[in-house]
Design a protein around this ligand. Structure first.
Ligand SMILES: *[C@@H]1O[C@H](CO)[C@@H](O)[C@H](O)[C@H]1NC(C)=O
Ligand SMILES: *[C@@H]1O[C@H](CO)[C@@H](O)[C@H](O)[C@H]1NC(C)=O
Ligand SMILES: *[C@@H]1O[C@H](CO)[C@@H](O)[C@H](O)[C@H]1NC(C)=O
Ligand SMILES: *[C@@H]1O[C@H](CO)[C@@H](O)[C@H](O)[C@H]1NC(C)=O
Ligand SMILES: *[C@@H]1O[C@H](CO)[C@@H](O)[C@H](O)[C@H]1NC(C)=O
Ligand SMILES: *[C@@H]1O[C@H](CO)[C@@H](O)[C@H](O)[C@H]1NC(C)=O
Ligand SMILES: *[C@@H]1O[C@H](CO)[C@@H](O)[C@H](O)[C@H]1NC(C)=O
Ligand SMILES: *[C@@H]1O[C@H](CO)[C@@H](O)[C@H](O)[C@H]1NC(C)=O
Ligand SMILES: *[C@@H]1O[C@H](CO)[C@@H](O)[C@H](O)[C@H]1NC(C)=O
Ligand SMILES: *[C@@H]1O[C@H](CO)[C@@H](O)[C@H](O)[C@H]1NC(C)=O
Ligand SMILES: *[C@@H]1O[C@H](CO)[C@@H](O)[C@H](O)[C@H]1NC(C)=O
Ligand SMILES: *[C@@H]1O[C@H](CO)[C@@H](O)[C@H](O)[C@H]1NC(C)=O
Length: 521
């Protein structure tokens, strides 16, 4: 027999449903914004069609949120008639990390209240469409790491509210239009990797709030002094990889600051004194000293924390490591580690620690007798687990580019897998230079901000023999040489100097200056 309470409960349910239906608030999201967002997300296949019942994006906010990708919005709500309802406009749109997103649907430009637009780390292609100029309220616009091409459009300068513009790691062409100097509110400007003819600094304006100015790899010309004089407030200035830039630190610190003397070793010729190193020579990058019986090699300890920029001269005086971060927003120590297994090797300890940098890593091996050497570089991707993150970097040895867009994950065939490369280099001035650097490509933030740029597990250098199967010859013994310290100090200066300023690299970061002063104290 059914409980007499059952029909009553059903009635109660129906009544409460009716009340709920009667009380259901109208959509809070402005209907034009809701329609535009739906049209955009439909084309990006982030949402089905038609929109789900009671579709109200400002009540939802998050479509995707994983370590690799994010699709989210934010809204700003104001009271509207009749009270007490509010109407919400979409003010933030953040769709990043979707490698299957290749175009911007026109409807996106109907979201005219957008203040922040982040479409970084997707696969967008084609030029920057003029319709984006409809988003006149934009203050933050990120579009780095896509395949956008064409010239940097002048109309960007009409975004007078723009505070934070980041468009690098794409296929854009220079120059940066001079009109950019009008963008009075700029605080962060990061434009890099522009193709095309060289152009001067005429786009620099009197930007009262500028704090980060990142102009990597743009074929800029002219004196850098101007930039600094005009922008005393810049805290982070990166003008690396602009081969035609001229100027020098001594120009800038014309007050004769002491650090200028450190730069006198800029040209290798002045640091050109032969001393003997011990070969095979090896470093366990980011890790502790490690002895491999198999390779008859001691890998030097390289566990010094170099923070966001710094260098370390090994106590053996036979090598120097220098690191310069390119990411003004990262506090990474530059050393990463794992306790996981690394496949494809018996030398786990070499791969379980690594040195990384969001900018550049230099290793200088000092005091090698002239000759041909095999440089063996060891890698394992121990940070980025999924394929949606891409760590791409360049490798130069003795100023020769030997790999561009090197991708450890791809080379090794996955995460926590070892790989190595060999290169035969000639040493003539006692110094071997190994330079690993970010070139603006690859993802920036997977799994977290600042996860990009070079990563290296170990380095080994041994005399080149025609038949590389034969074991390396017995090590020379290092000779104590008073001159050596001078050479190494010179190289250390060079490593900073090369980072700060040289014919091919100009880099300034005020932090370094204090760092150099600190070390001298
Ligand atoms: C976008 O704006 C255009 C022009 O104002 C209008 O014709 C179109 O219907 C809008 N599209 C959506 C999806 O809101
Ligand atoms: C892209 O990938 C995401 C996540 O896997 C998926 O939800 C979406 O439908 C895909 N979009 C397209 C345009 O294929
Ligand atoms: C967009 O989302 C990503 C991932 O959460 C975040 O790192 C980034 O700062 C957001 N972009 C903006 C402009 O806030
Ligand atoms: C953008 O603005 C242009 C002219 O200002 C207008 O013709 C166009 O319809 C607008 N596009 C959208 C999507 O609102
Ligand atoms: C941009 O700068 C102008 C002039 O200094 C100022 O009136 C305006 O409010 C600023 N915009 C923002 C969004 O801060
Ligand atoms: C830089 O500009 C010069 C002169 O316009 C040009 O010859 C050169 O190819 C450019 N370099 C790059 C890397 O695009
Ligand atoms: C530096 O070394 C090279 C090669 O050994 C030599 O040709 C050159 O003269 C040296 N330069 C100086 C300044 O000693
Ligand atoms: C380096 O070592 C070799 C072999 O021990 C020796 O012949 C040579 O004189 C040394 N050179 C210097 C500059 O010390
Ligand atoms: C990095 O460190 C500095 C100084 O310790 C701190 O002010 C800043 O907020 C930190 N930045 C991040 C992104 O953690
Ligand atoms: C590994 O990295 C973590 C986090 O950075 C650190 O706390 C720990 O001390 C490191 N372990 C080793 C063995 O270096
Ligand atoms: C590099 O050289 C070493 C020593 O000869 C060898 O064991 C290793 O397999 C070589 N690596 C590659 C990728 O050829
Ligand atoms: C190194 O020197 C050898 C012999 O002189 C030459 O054949 C080779 O091309 C040189 N290698 C590099 C990378 O310059």
């Amino acid at each position: 027999m059914a409980s007499p309470a059952a029909p009553f409960a059903l009635l109660l349910l129906l009544v409460s449903l009716a009340i709920a239906a009667a009380q259901q608030l109208p959509s809070r999201t402005n209907s034009s914004d809701a329609a535009a967002l739906h049209a955009v997300f439909k084309q990006w296949k982030l949402q089905g069609d038609p929109a789900p019942p009671a579709y109200d994006p400002c009540e939802k906010l998050i479509w995707h949120n994983s370590s690799a990708m994010e699709a989210s919005i934010n809204c700003s709500c104001a009271p509207s008639t009749p009270p007490p309802t509010t109407k919400c406009r979409i003010t933030h749109l953040n769709v990043t990390g979707f490698r299957n997103i290749t175009f911007i649907p026109e409807e996106l430009f109907n979201l005219t209240e957008l203040v922040s637009l982040d479409l970084s780390n997707n696969n967008l292609s084609g030029p920057i469409t003029p319709n984006i100029a409809n988003l006149t309220k934009l203050e933050i616009w990120w579009m780095f790491d896509n395949n956008i091409d064409g010239k940097v459009p002048e109309f960007i300068a009409d975004f007078t509210n723009l505070k934070d513009l980041r468009i690098y790691g794409m296929k854009l062409r220079g120059p940066i239009p001079n009109k950019f100097s009008n963008m009075a509110n700029l605080t962060y400007l990061m434009i890099g990797d522009l193709d095309g003819d060289n152009f001067p600094f005429d786009f620099i304006g009197d930007w009262a709030n500028i704090s980060v100015l990142d102009l990597r790899s743009n074929n800029l010309t002219g004196p850098i002094k101007q930039v600094l004089q005009d922008n005393r407030r810049v805290q982070h200035l990166d003008v690396t990889y602009n081969p035609l830039l001229n100027g020098s630190l001594s120009n800038i610190f014309s007050d004769g600051s002491e650090e200028v003397s450190l730069l006198n070793c800029l040209d290798m010729k002045e640091c050109n004194q032969t001393v003997n190193n011990t070969v095979p020579f090896a470093v366990n990058c980011g890790g502790k000293e490690y002895t491999s019986d198999l390779l008859q090699t001691v890998f030097h300890d390289d566990s010094t924390d170099l923070r966001s920029a710094g260098f370390h001269i090994d106590s053996s005086n036979s090598w120097v490591v220098s690191h310069v971060g390119a990411d003004p927003f990262s506090n990474s120590t530059g050393i990463v580690n794992t306790t996981k297994n690394i496949s494809g090797t018996d030398m786990l300890e070499l791969y379980r620690t690594a040195r990384t940098s969001t900018g550049s890593l230099w290793y200088y091996v000092v005091g090698l007798t002239s000759g041909r050497y095999t440089v063996q570089l060891f890698f394992a991707e121990i940070v980025i687990e999924s394929e949606s993150g891409r760590r791409l970097f360049n490798i130069d040895i003795q100023d020769q580019n030997i790999r561009a867009d090197f991708d450890i994950f791809k080379e090794a065939g996955g995460f926590n897998k070892s790989t190595n490369i060999n290169y035969t280099a000639n040493v003539t001035t006692s110094v071997l230079k190994i330079h690993l650097y970010w070139n603006g490509r690859g993802t920036c933030c997977i799994p977290r901000n600042g996860t990009y740029g070079p990563l290296i597990s170990a380095i080994r250098v041994f005399p080149y023999t025609e038949a590389q199967a034969s074991p390396p010859p017995a090590p020379h013994t290092s000779r104590r040489d008073e001159k050596r310290r001078g050479v190494v100090a010179g190289i250390a200066a060079l490593s900073i100097a090369a980072a700060v300023i040289s014919s091919s690299v100009v880099y300034l970061w005020w932090k370094w200056v204090s760092l150099v002063k600190h070390r001298k104290a």
